[in-house]
Write a protein that binds this ligand. Sequence first.
Ligand code: SME
Length: 158
Amino acid sequence: MAEDLNVIQGTKEEQYKSLLPQIKALIEGETYLIANLANVAAALKQQFNWLWIGFYLVKNNELVVGPFQGPVACTRIKKGRGVCGTSWAEFKTIIVDDVERFPGHIACSSLSRSEIVVPVIKNNEVVAVLDADSELLNHFNKTDQQYLEAILSEINFD
Ligand code: SME
């Protein structure tokens, strides 16, 4: 595909609807996982300009930071720790409206106010999580969950 991402204005839903086919085209035919995760993180950053967006990958029973866009982040997170480790332990997407009200939240950036973490489940195991952080409170909702899960389902994590 053309390298230029078409970034649009509009509602959250309109933005995701514009982005989803572009992400599909961007990763189509590419088998190297890290390349695809890097481009997906970059595409989400370009469209939404969140504070932080990226991946943590499960390696030796820990989450290790993978491709991301934003400020430097914690390198390793244990199962059950923080929002990412909780999403992993509970096999579910977690939306945090106010990070200060999430017990055990790991503050990689003091600017983060709200967060969504979506697990990637393969063969009944979590193999990675997608994490997005916003400087705004209450920024993420079910629309983000629905479309981020749809985006993740396009990625081959083999
Ligand atoms: N806040 C996350 C840690 C990762 S950073 O936000 C990039 C957590 O509590 O798991």
